[in-house]
Design a binder for this molecule. Structure first.
Ligand code: HEC
Ligand code: HEC
Ligand code: HEC
Length: 427
């Protein structure tokens, strides 16, 4: 056993070294070409106190949800230090304010564009892809310059951002170089930035795929954490239990034409009568989507509508009527005061009947919401959302399995039951 694991380690090191040597040459060639591409992108000199540019940058920062990661809980805006847990260890978001020592004070607009486009810091350090530069890479140069001008206009804040705490071998720049060599190529810049026409078909794609980086959660990843397919076909979030549903399948959270208004409401206010943003999506609405201009929410929604694919037929399953009877009892005792006997919800409370989060093939989010409770995001369109109490200490695994199976098969909902083992795995 011990010898085996030693052998394994030696094999790993040998393999690692040879891959490394093989890719150094490739990496140098790649860097040269990406710098060459960069220099052709140089815009006219950016004037740091241009107020129109700063306003545009502030809005690009909203669209890109920079604050969602770069503002620590209780910390100053964009001053960094927020911890991001990944399966490889903990990363800390950088300070984007213009402090000379701990922030971007010494950066130029070119340095900033290089970080967004090629994922490299000013000192050429390769940046970890927890910073979603694989999405931002195609950012329009003027949008990048606007962002830079906006960050330079903030008051400088000194933040002692802790060093990243990653396990070996993920803490090595060489490993990251290999990862990037395999999975990341800077993308050609988008044809127009946010100053382009709102009605153009390209705008929705630019908002969804680049600035809004929806695919970072809604696209499947491989086991190295790289986005495996850049469709928004749904995935359990990397290293977490939350399921980010498919945005292109009607049976999941796909946006059918008939649901255009409902999707616009859910994205901009966090709630609609048959949908509510919960967990990580509630944060996205809270710090970003609620501040998007109406025309941009519409362009985003229209992009999702045209990305729609032919629905995958729902899975087949058996119905266990005693389980459903037990689930109905739990529902009557603990849930019906808020969600109503008929599943339509008391006023202001999300309906469970006809709610597609309930009929998704993946039931993780239902179990998580019941265990942990929670609130829809507070937005100007829904300023005082009602809360859902946590049931982790009230109901056992079997009861939660029963009630989830019941609500997935009542009031016209038709989705597979779940068992207590699935609940236990999520506790
Ligand atoms: C999902 C979380 C996340 C989001 C969203 C995010 N960042 Fe970051 N960002 C990070 C992390 C983590 C790092 C640190 C990466 C590293 O040190 O390798 C980082 C690093 C950076 C850096 C490099 C700083 C340096 O000192 O090298 C820049 C520039 C940056 N982000 C800009 C932005 C901008 C602009 C936005 C919004 C358009 C944004 N980030 C959105 C997580 C995020
Ligand atoms: C940080 C991860 C993350 C990002 C980024 C993200 N989402 Fe989500 N999204 C989720 C998760 C998790 C859910 C499931 C929870 C829920 O239903 O609210 C979700 C749910 C949704 C839903 C279904 C809401 C409902 O309940 O019917 C829609 C629509 C959606 N996301 C659209 C988007 C769009 C568009 C973007 C890009 C602008 C985006 N998401 C970015 C994680 C994310
Ligand atoms: C005190 C009122 C209240 C009670 C009791 C209650 N809920 Fe909720 N529930 C809510 C509210 C409000 C929300 C939306 C806010 C949130 O958590 O995001 C919600 C959200 C949900 C969701 C998520 C729906 C979605 O679209 O993502 C599910 C599933 C759910 N409740 C099931 C239950 C079940 C099952 C019970 C009983 C075990 C229950 N609730 C008890 C108020 C309640």
């Amino acid at each position: 056993m011990r010898i085996d694991s030693m052998k394994g380690r030696v094999a790993w090191v040998v393999l690692g070294l040879s891959v490394l040597i093989a890719c150094v040459a490739g990496r140098i060639a790649w860097l040269e070409s990406s710098y060459a591409a960069l220099s052709t992108q140089l815009a006219k000199p950016v004037v740091a106190n241009d107020t129109a540019l700063i306003a545009r940058g502030a809005y690009v920062a909203v669209l890109g949800n920079c604050t969602g990661c770069h503002t620590a809980t209780g910390g100053l805006p964009m001053a960094g230090g927020r911890a991001l847990k990944t399966p490889f260890g903990t990363l800390y978001a950088s300070n984007l304010t213009p402090d000379a020592r701990t922030g971007l004070g010494q950066w130029s607009a070119d340095d900033f564009y290089r970080a967004m486009h090629t994922g490299q810091s000013k000192n050429q350090r390769l940046l970890y892809p927890a910073f979603p530069y694989s999405s931002y890479s195609a950012i329009d140069r003027q949008d990048s310059d606007a962002l830079w001008a906006y960050f330079q206009s903030l008051a400088p804040v000194v933040t002692a951002v802790p060093a990243h705490e990653l396990r070996f071998p993920y803490n090595l720049q060489a490993s990251l170089a290999v990862w990037r060599w395999l999975f990341f190529t800077p993308e050609a810049p988008a044809s127009s930035g946010i100053a382009g026409p709102a009605q153009s078909g390209g705008r929705g794609a630019y908002l969804a795929r680049q600035l809004g980086h929806c695919e970072q959660c809604h696209a499947p990843r491989n086991r190295f954490g790289a986005i495996a397919s850049n469709t928004l076909s749904g995935a359990v979030m990397f290293g977490q239990d939350w399921y980010a549903p498919s945005l292109i399948d009607l049976n999941d959270a796909g946006v059918a034409l008939a649901n255009r208004a409902a999707t616009i409401a859910t994205l901009s206010t966090g709630q609609h009568n048959k949908a509510v943003a919960v967990g990580p999506m509630a944060s996205v609405v809270f710090t970003s989507l609620q501040y998007w201009q109406a025309k941009d929410i519409e362009a985003l929604t229209d992009y999702l509508i045209q990305a729609q694919r032919t629905p995958v037929p729902p899975e087949k399953f058996d119905i266990d009527s005693t389980k459903l009877l037990r689930g109905a009892k739990v529902y009557e005792q603990h849930c019906s005061t808020c969600h109503a006997e008929n599943g339509l919800g008391e006023p202001g409370i999300v309906a469970l009947s006809g709610n597609r989060s309930l009929t998704s093939h993946n039931a993780n989010n239902l179990v998580k919401v019941i265990l942990q409770g929670g609130f829809a995001p507070a937005t100007s369109g829904n300023p005082q959302p009602y809360g859902m109490p946590p049931f982790a200490h009230v109901l056992n695994d079997e009861q939660i399995g029963d009630v989830v199976s019941f609500i997935r098969q009542s009031w016209g909902n038709k989705a597979a039951p779940i068992n207590e083992l699935q609940v236990r795995a999520l506790r």
